[in-house]
Design a protein around this ligand. Structure first.
Ligand code: NAD
Length: 397
């Protein structure tokens, strides 16, 4: 559709730089050492330093990390942030690690990739299975080795270390800030609409919170422990307290147990997949009853499901746009760290909303103009911007 230059297409198909490491770390039982695989992939350096999260999960692999790095390139280009895409991961189940094991693992992973990252080269952030604490250890390890404190090496840090306020909530909040515009596009009222959220981690929790604040009813929520349903809508702050105390949504007494797979096909208006990739596919997409799918997770909808949604008129706001609130506030955090000048929460939230909503309306205009769905329109914008920059820079030597 965009007549992409063949040479540029060829280059963009593969990541620019990839690093695979094997890293040993000591378990709490002193003599036990586990060796696991870690990855860091930088898809594109044309637009600036690379940016992307680090994921700890048992099934992380090189192909997945490379694909997610590419998604980050498009995401940053769609939002017009001065970064290329990157992603990292360690193939381990973080839920079986003690705090000290996770710390040793993180420090060793950081050491293995230390020459590959840097505030002007590649800036990591949290993703599935990692959090502010993991980012703090990464920043500390990097700073210790370069000999000075370097907050701009990583985003999603605790505010006491130069982290941005409102970064924690940014992805979920940014996602929900798009709902009024999407609802108006499909002729739906936001207040009173029924929302189902898969995944109650960083993204899902704040998306559910944002939905409740706009007057939606969050009728179903799931996580790795199970799924729960309440037709009148959950009290999200109360549910969040329960999850913090018990580690999952299962057993919450103000909801009925639900089969986790059924959450995706519930009678609802808005579906928010905010857990893992590939959950909505050709098999279950025909049964999805939501009118709007807001992709909190990366890659939750397969291409087969996308085709079904196009036919059924389900509007999908794609990951590269819908969950870009996280990288947008990460960009703010990096800028604040480089300048040593910190913004107020009101400034951050207002700038986040402005960037998200401007990008959404550009993508929607493109979709209407080209007669495509929002994902295709978003990718047209992102890939065209990258192609234009690559042509302007030319090839060295
Ligand atoms: P997280 O680790 O904080 O939370 C993940 C949640 O998903 C947990 O509640 C977990 O129990 C649940 N979960 C895992 N497997 C599940 C399954 N099979 N079914 C139902 N629930 C399941 O991770 P996160 O940071 O919230 O990231 C979630 C998704 O959002 C990922 O795809 C990530 O790449 C994407 N994302 C995150 C950010 C961010 O800022 N954190 C930004 C953009 C995209």
């Amino acid at each position: 559709m965009i007549n992409l230059d063949g040479n540029i297409h060829e280059r963009l198909r593969s990541p620019q730089r990839s690093l695979i490491v094997a890293l040993p770390f000591r378990r709490d039982e002193y003599d036990r050492v586990d060796t696991v695989f870690g990855y860091r992939v930088q898809h594109l350096h044309t637009m600036g330093p690379t940016k992307g999260g680090i994921r700890y999960a048992p099934d992380v692999n090189f192909g997945e990390v490379a694909a997610l790095a590419m998604l980050m390139t498009w995401k940053c280009a769609i939002l017009e942030l001065p970064f290329g895409g990157a992603k990292g991961g360690v193939r381990i189940d973080p839920t079986v690690l003690s705090r000290s094991e996770k710390q040793r693992l993180t420090r060793r992973y950081t050491m293995e990739i230390i020459n590959f990252i840097g505030p002007e080269k590649d800036i990591p952030a949290p993703d599935m299975g990692t959090d502010e604490q993991v980012m703090a250890w990464l920043m500390d390890t990097y700073s210790t080795h370069v000999g000075h404190t370097e907050p701009a090496i990583v985003t999603g840090k605790p505010p006491s270390l130069g982290g941005s306020i409102a970064r924690r909530e940014a992805t979920g909040r940014g996602l929900m800030s798009l709902l009024p515009a999407v609802a108006s596009h499909v002729g739906m009222t936001v207040a009173g609409s029924r929302v189902a959220v898969q995944g109650f981690g960083n993204v899902g929790k704040y998306a559910a919170q944002g939905a409740a604040e706009m007057g939606c009813k969050v009728i179903a929520v799931s996580d790795i422990t199970g799924a729960i349903y309440n037709d009148s809508g959950f009290d999200i702050p109360d549910l969040t307290r329960f999850v913090t105390e018990t580690g999952g949504v299962r057993g919450y007494r103000h909801g009925d147990e639900l089969d986790p797979g059924e959450l995706l096909t519930l009678d609802c208006d808005v579906l928010v997949p905010a857990a893992v990739g590939g959950v909505i596919n050709g098999d279950n997409a025909p049964a999805v009853r939501a009118r709007i799918v807001l992709e909190g997770a990366n890659g939750p909808t397969t291409t087969a499901a996308d085709e079904v949604f196009r036919e059924n008129g389900v509007v999908v706001v794609p990951d590269v746009l819908a969950n870009a609130g996280g990288v947008t506030v990460s960009y703010f955090e990096w800028v604040q760290d480089l300048q040593n000048y910190f913004w107020s929460e009101a400034e951050i939230v207002a700038r986040l909303r402005a960037i998200m909503n401007r990008s959404f309306s550009e993508v929607l205009d493109m979709a209407v103009r080209e007669g495509t769905d929002l994902r295709t329109a978003a990718l047209i914008k992102g890939i065209s911007r990258v192609a234009e920059a690559k042509l302007a820079r030319g090839i060295y030597p």
